[in-house]
Design a protein around this ligand. Structure first.
Ligand SMILES: Nc1ncnc2c1ncn2[C@@H]1O[C@H](COP(=O)(O)OP(=O)(O)O)[C@@H](O)[C@H]1O
Ligand SMILES: [Mg+2]
Length: 273
């Protein structure tokens, strides 16, 4: 915790205008869509529907599909603060990043998306854009034939690669295998079209992108200009203070929806800034 505080203080003291995403203790009612109306039952007739295995999810620390789980509560409060910030700024898409690997990005992306989906006024897409080390499908226990891999190779349409994990108001865009030339793919017009198409589908839709670490490759920095805001995950003991500072400097300062300090205590509960 001290390391991130020190890194933040240093970045802020340089008067970069860095914005950490507001005060975590501030609680106001979130207006979740323009009409604030519940979205009725969605029939996923054109979307592949898969059933998730509860034991597999638990083993992988995925909790947010459960409304009465203590750890899900942590993600619900994160969701509330993130959605509030997104609503205030008219942001629809959020990228989950970290300075270095193994910080908990994928875990946070999945739990955050599930928590958003439990809000009756929202629908959510979780897109696995960590094309080098895609893990969303593995953590969820999803095995499908057509995924982002096929979409990028022009072998499948968006409709064919969307997966409903038997959770209302949630679809997943899995990447089943590492993608060769990930940085080039992410800067291609194909990816720009994919993002545009996802955004156009429903006004109430939040799109969560699970991205690679900022400092490992260009991928995250290539995609960030196409995404409205960023959620930074910093894991206790994983990144050095210099790595944290370097990545904070690289983020678009006015578009940081929040910073999470993950694996912060013995119970490994994430903290939100
Ligand atoms: N809060 C946490 N407590 C305990 N383990 C965690 C926590 N967050 C992530 N992990 C574990 O750390 C590993 C890396 O997480 P992952 O989400 O794959 O990171 P990333 O996507 O940043 O590489 C996984 O094994 C995950 O289960
Ligand atoms: Mg990951």
């Amino acid at each position: 915790m001290e390391k991130i505080k020190a890194a933040l203080a240093k970045v802020k003291s340089k008067k970069t205008g860095f914005n950490t995403g507001g005060n975590a203790s501030k609680r106001t009612i979130v207006k979740t869509n323009k009409t604030n109306r519940d979205i009725g039952e969605i029939n996923y007739t054109n979307t592949t529907v898969v059933k998730l295995d509860a034991a597999h999810l638990e083993k992988n620390r995925i909790v947010s599909h459960l409304s009465h789980n203590a750890n899900a509560g942590i993600f619900d409060s994160l969701r509330t603060q993130i959605l509030q910030k997104m609503e205030e700024n008219n942001w629809q898409t959020i990228a989950v990043v970290s300075p270095t690997p193994e910080s908990g990005k994928t875990l946070v992306s999945i739990n955050l998306a599930m928590s958003i989906a439990r809000q009756p006024q929202k629908t959510v897409v979780l897109a696995d854009f960590d094309l080098r080390k895609p893990k969303v499908a593995e953590y969820l226990g999803i095995a499908v034939e057509k995924s982002i891999n096929e979409y990028l190779e022009n072998k499948a349409t968006l409709e064919e690669v969307l997966v409903n994990p038997s959770i209302q108001r949630m679809v997943v865009l899995p990447t089943m295998r590492p993608v060769h030339g990930a940085a080039e793919k992410l800067s291609s017009s194909k990816v720009a079209e994919l993002i545009a198409e996802l955004k156009e589908r429903y006004e109430s839709r939040v799109i969560v992108f699970d991205l690679p670490p900022i400092l490992s490759a260009d991928d995250a920095m290539i995609l960030l200009p196409q995404v409205d805001c960023v959620l930074m995950v910093i894991a206790n003991g994983v990144s050095t203070q210099t790595e944290i500072e370097d990545s904070l400097h690289l983020l678009p300062k006015d578009n940081v929806a929040g910073i999470i300090y993950n694996m912060a205590d013995s119970e490994s509960k994430p903290y939100y800034y």
